[in-house]
Design a protein around this ligand. Structure first.
Ligand code: SF4
Ligand code: ZN
Length: 312
């Protein structure tokens, strides 16, 4: 297999674009796709300070790497979920990557600040672990970005993640989630950082190849709590469709984004809608649609059910 651009030895075929790339051309392709995502979706500029939420996995560390290559000001934020060996290893990967490149790293420790790791917290509040994890991460991502003066919070969600999420939302007709699904969520009110997903144009295997070619040392294991998650099933189904008919994932997700944009012209923007309904949480001051934000409700419940000190 030869690289379609330079005719060198190809390391990855990209059937959805009818092409294949060598190491150098793959890196160039990946960086160009991210640059295009940033400019087309007006995510941020070189003047913005961007906080990248990193897990130690290939997507978030590659995103940090690509933004550095492209000359953006990007720092890292890691939430230590306290999941035994998995958290120890993923944190070590993040620390090694950032310290080797002189990137600032902010860390939030659940065990220290919330008084327990994610599994114990989920038990205390009798809710599925990943749902509690989602609430905590969203809260700390936003809070840390705003408090530390970053205008944008970037996550490593890729095309596979977004297509799988879209499939889940469509299968259950979760229209309120469909409205909010997109590569850019604006900073609608004071106290809310803009949220962006600069990898949404790239498939998981393309990013994995980028990470290997660029010698990024990431944690290969998935979070142990991900086993059996619906998202993995949706990804698997989409991968099967993709191998039969390359380009399916991209047509599904990008087609949704195009329709969403047309639709948005006919109704108030999400930023306007949010401005009308969001107010500061009476407990912590973070923006919320009800009197108390979901993070504070969750922590109050955890405290009621066990001896967990509430951090905030
Ligand atoms: Fe959190 Fe669940 Fe993802 Fe693990 S799999 S990081 S617990 S959301
Ligand atoms: Zn709150």
């Amino acid at each position: 297999m030869r690289c379609r651009k330079c005719k060198g030895k190809a390391v990855l075929d990209v059937p959805r674009h009818h092409t294949a790339f060598c190491k150098a051309c793959l890196t160039e392709f990946v960086c160009a796709q991210v640059e295009r995502a940033i400019s087309e979706e007006r995510m941020f500029t070189k003047a913005d300070r961007v906080l990248v939420a990193v897990s130690g996995g290939k997507d978030s560390l590659s995103l940090l790497d690509i933004l550095g290559k492209l000359g953006y000001q990007a720092d890292a934020f890691y939430v230590d979920l306290g999941i035994g060996e998995y958290s120890r290893q993923s944190k070590a990967k993040v620390e090694r990557y950032t310290s080797a490149r002189g990137i600032s790293l902010h860390v939030h420790e659940l065990k220290e600040d919330e008084g327990a790791g994610i599994n114990d917290l989920a038990d205390l509040v009798h809710r599925p672990t990943c749902s509690v994890c989602g609430t905590l991460k969203r809260y700390h991502f936003n809070r840390t970005a705003v408090e530390k003066g970053y205008s944008v919070l970037a996550t490593g969600h890729n095309l596979d993640d977004e297509a799988a999420r879209l499939l889940g939302n469509v299968l259950h007709w979760q229209t309120e989630y469909l409205e909010k699904q997109g590569p850019t969520l604006p900073d609608s009110v004071e106290g809310f950082a803009k949220k962006v997903k600069p990898l949404y144009r790239l498939a998981e295997r393309e990013i994995a190849a980028y990470a290997v070619v660029n010698k990024i040392d990431y944690i290969v294991e998935e979070c142990p709590n991900a086993q059996g998650a619906k998202m993995l099933l949706y990804k698997d189904i989409l991968n099967r469709l993709e191998s039969e008919s390359p380009g399916t994932k991209q047509a599904f997700y990008w087609g949704f984004l195009t329709r969403q944009k047309t639709d948005e012209q006919a109704r108030p923007s999400m930023a306007e809608h949010d401005r009308a309904v969001l107010r500061p949480c009476v407990t912590c001051g973070q923006p919320t649609t009800s009197e108390i934000c979901s993070y504070c409700k969750l922590m109050a419940r955890a405290q009621k059910n066990g001896p967990t000190p509430v951090g905030s």
